[in-house]
Design a protein around this ligand. Structure first.
Ligand SMILES: *Cc1c(COP(=O)(O)O)cnc(C)c1O
Length: 366
């Protein structure tokens, strides 16, 4: 935390408005629009909620298909399953662990409506190729940029490239508010309806701007917005977003240099950041050669009181994934990498302990 969160929360308390869409929500949204270049943002209570809004905005019908990676968090798929749509999983790339854009075309059918990209570890997917494919087939692109705050692709901030995008401010992410997120809109067609969905299906936002003379139920919707205390907390974080990112990048780089020799020796593989991607050091991971060598490593680190974790169980292998989704072809890279990845501790408050982590890793690997 930055130390300024409680001051803003006290100010929100003094303002007397605790419901959402107050002064702190406005400040956060203005900041997010200025820093991403998207035309409109709406704070939500989670990235999951923002993805649910995106699924509503593109008007999915039961049976419509949405192409996405299986190597992701459940919300990427769930938001679309809730609308009766069918996630169609494609494999990921060996280098960035992002969706393999060369597999998209073979997954497109007459039912395909959208491509949902996930910028894994805050490293961008190959958006030029993906946007071109979407345009050619008339598909929407939704960025699950939960991990991508402050990252960019060819100097364009993540979240500003697809038609719609979602950030997460969950406490496990880089910029946080406990639970929290936002919808980012890059296509004017969605702006007005997004505000209505956000405000429980009412035209409350237009009413407060004086555009309509009564406030009423006009569409479907839900309560997607966070309260002002959450926005007040987030405001402190956004004001320090650059510092938080710089600090994480320093720590990331320190790990990266330290593990260069074991990579050369073939003991592990380090993350790959393409030259045209600026990342946000959301995570530092190592790829082992097998499930067995990874398990040995996690046990070794645990013995030395260092918690290292893996993820994700690929969605196509999960019970709900089997029930609601299908795959396009085999997913050998997803299945292999998910068994071999391990994440190392990384947060802005990490200081001398980082050297202890590094020493233990090197001791095990060499
Ligand atoms: C964290 C995460 C989410 C969910 O974010 P919430 O804010 O907790 O809803 C969705 N997708 C990905 C890729 C994530 O990492």
């Amino acid at each position: 935390m930055t130390g300024e969160e409680t001051r803003h929360i006290l100010e929100a308390h003094a303002n007397g408005q605790l419901a959402g869409n107050g002064p702190f929500t406005q400040k956060c949204q203005t900041w997010l629009e200025a820093n991403t270049g998207c035309i409109k943002t709406l704070l939500t209570h989670s990235c999951t909620a923002a993805l649910e809004m995106a699924a509503l905005l593109i008007d999915l019908k039961p049976g419509d298909e949405v192409i996405m990676p299986s190597y992701t968090f459940v919300s990427t798929a769930n938001a679309f399953v809730l609308r009766g749509a069918v996630p169609v999983f494609i494999d990921i790339r060996e280098d960035t662990l992002n969706m393999d854009e060369t597999l998209i075309e073979a997954a497109i059918t007459s039912k395909t409506k959208a491509i949902v990209v996930v910028h894994y570890a805050g490293v961008s997917c190959e958006m030029h190729a993906i946007m071109k494919m979407a345009e050619q087939y008339g598909l929407f692109v939704i960025e699950d940029a939960a991990q991508g705050v402050m990252s960019s692709y060819h100097d364009k901030p993540l979240g500003s490239i697809g038609h719609l995008a979602a950030f997460s401010f969950h406490e496990t992410k880089n910029v946080i508010s406990g639970e929290g997120g936002c919808l980012l809109i890059n296509d004017q067609r969605f702006v007005q309806r997004a505000e209505v969905l956000w405000e429980k299906g009412t035209n409350r936002s237009s009413f407060f701007r004086g555009e309509v003379d009564k406030y009423t139920w006009v569409d479907v919707g839900s309560s997607f917005l966070p309260g002002e205390l959450i926005a007040a907390f987030l405001w402190a974080q956004l004001q320090h977003a650059e510092e938080i990112t710089d600090r994480r990048l320093q720590l990331w780089q320190h790990y990266h240099l330290a593990f260069s020799t074991p990579e050369t020796d073939g003991a592990i593989r380090r993350p790959v950041i393409p030259d045209h991607c600026r990342h946000n050091a959301h995570m530092y991971y190592l790829l082992f050669n097998s499930l067995e060598t990874r398990s040995d490593f996690i046990a070794w680190m645990k013995e030395h009181h260092i918690l290292t974790v893996f993820h994700y169980v690929p969605l196509h292998l999960a019970p709900a994934g089997k029930r609601y989704c299908r795959t396009s072809g085999q997913l050998p890279v997803t299945e292999s990498l998910s068994n071999r990845i391990v994440r190392l501790p990384l947060w802005p408050g990490l200081k001398d302990q980082q050297q202890r982590v590094i020493d233990r890793v090197l001791q095990h690997l060499t």
